[in-house]
Design a protein around this ligand. Structure first.
Ligand code: DLL
Length: 433
């Protein structure tokens, strides 16, 4: 089932016309209503009348996290405060967080894109969904909630955590859909086994997982472990929350709801567009949002894009899974390292778990060191020292081949690395940079 078949399967030419009309209106809207945008447009020497269609979008200046932070909390609003119905914040790590405001229509839009997402994952209106994303200022829980309401799903509003209770509710109420972070569903898998559940008897048949990067190999662990289809959902609070894009059951990229979130892929260094199929930074323009519309917002997430039609019938462009963030990247001895590269390697090695952490350090006047701590099977951990060394060596060689950076590897017992019910923490950077 396709929630908005009229829009989601529309020929690309018609989609382009809608995008063009919406962009023209948007440019005028923010120029008139938000002094920050007026200043930015004026500084870039562009006026709304220069925007005659979607192809003119590159004339508009980018918006960045810095604009959000500098104008915190209300500077980027394009509506009076009284029209804002709900506020969330994005989990910033430094300085001010970013605030996201929604008008009543923005909340309706959020519900609609999330309904499109759930449908795209394979949900049907008479399904029950267990929402185990955190509720509160984080957008995961409530975003999933609004989409479920829009679609008519039966909602189990669990929020994240209290794993034994999650498992009991799943057993008692038999939800077919589970929505949470991929690291949390893996954590629940461990707990389920420990508590004596047979994960293959779980009622969950479709998972809608996102809010953090996860690899194909991690998908396999989840799908094999639980016996379910694991789909990827992407979004960011600054844009709306979850619901920017979603995989269908073909799992060949995430369908971007591009009649409302216009995607571009750029080279993060030059700001120039990169061709389809090539990786770059995802930039999004919210074509219809009212409270805080964002123009050419630099997400810092790295993806590639394709416009090839998908077997599910949806025509909208698709992005690859997010392979990292321009700012999540750690630079070790001048080389760019993404935690996701390490995850791919580990998941290809028998006996290791997708639970790992990178400890980056630097002693005075010395080179950076990277220690990769990896959990291994109980059985392996108690094996002979020689076998452990062999495994360490294998992991080290494989990681070094992918990263081109020397690392040390430390095998640790199962459950040593801290588990997360939300986004997992993969890097501990002890360097004083
Ligand atoms: O994480 C919104 C969300 C909630 C998305 C639930 C999906 C599911 P923020 O807290 O603002 O919002 O974090 C946004 O998380 O820029 C990405 O770097 C990362 N991210 C989100 N979804 C994915 C994904 C929510 N599917 C930031 N794969 C984004 C990889 C993701 N990274």
């Amino acid at each position: 089932m396709i929630w908005r078949e009229d829009i989601e399967t529309m020929p690309l030419e018609n989609l382009k016309n809608i995008q063009s009309e919406r962009l023209k209106k948007l440019a005028q809207y923010v120029y008139e209503r938000c002094p920050v945008y007026k200043r930015k447009f004026d500084a870039a020497g562009v006026h709304p009348r220069d925007i005659r269609g979607i192809e003119d979008i590159a004339k508009l200046p980018f918006t960045t996290k810095i604009d959000m932070r500098d104008n915190y909390p209300f500077g980027l609003f394009s509506v009076p405060r009284g029209e804002v119905q709900e506020i969330h914040i994005s989990s910033g790590t430094t300085g001010n967080p970013t605030l996201v405001g929604y008008t009543r229509d923005d909340l309706k839009l959020w519900g609609e894109v999330m309904a499109r997402a759930f449908c795209c994952a394979g949900a049907k209106p008479d399904d029950t969904i267990q929402i185990a994303y955190g509720y509160g200022l984080f957008t995961g829980g409530l975003g999933a909630h609004y989409g479920s309401l829009e679609m008519g799903l039966t909602i189990l509003p669990m929020s994240a955590g209290q794993t034994p209770r999650q498992l009991k509710v799943m057993t008692d109420f038999q939800p077919r859909i589970i929505a949470c972070t991929p690291s949390y569903v893996l954590y629940m898998l461990e707990e389920a086994k420990e508590l004596g559940y047979d994960p293959h008897k779980a009622s969950w048949k479709i998972g809608v997982f996102g809010a953090e990067p996860w690899s194909e190999a991690m998908r396999k662990e989840i799908e094999d472990g639980w016996g379910m289809l694991a789909t990827d959902i992407y979004g960011l609070s600054d844009i709306i929350g979850p619901g920017v894009s979603q995989e269908c059951h073909h799992k060949k990229g995430l369908h971007v709801f591009s009649d409302v979130f216009y995607p571009e892929i750029i080279d993060p260094d030059t700001g120039q567009p990169v061709p389809d199929g090539q990786k770059g930074e995802l930039v999004i323009t919210t074509l219809t949002k009212q409270a805080i519309p964002l123009i050419r917002y630099r997400t810092r997430d790295i993806v590639s894009m394709t416009r090839q039609p998908c077997a599910c019938g949806r025509t909208s462009p698709r992005t690859s899974k997010i392979s990292g963030r321009t700012d999540d990247m750690i630079v070790v001895r001048g080389i760019n390292v993404f935690p996701s590269q390490i995850e791919e390697v580990l998941l290809g090695i028998e006996g290791t778990h997708p639970q790992y952490q990178l400890i980056v350090d630097r002693q005075a006047h010395q080179l950076d060191t990277v220690e990769v701590q990896v959990e291994v099977d109980e059985k392996l951990f108690h094996d002979e020292i020689k076998q452990m060394h062999q495994l360490e060596h294998e992991i080290k060689k494989k990681i070094e081949a992918v990263l081109s950076v020397g690392v040390s590897v430390k095998l640790v017992e199962p459950k040593t690395i801290e588990r997360s019910i939300g986004k997992a923490k993969r890097v501990i950077d002890k360097r004083k940079l």
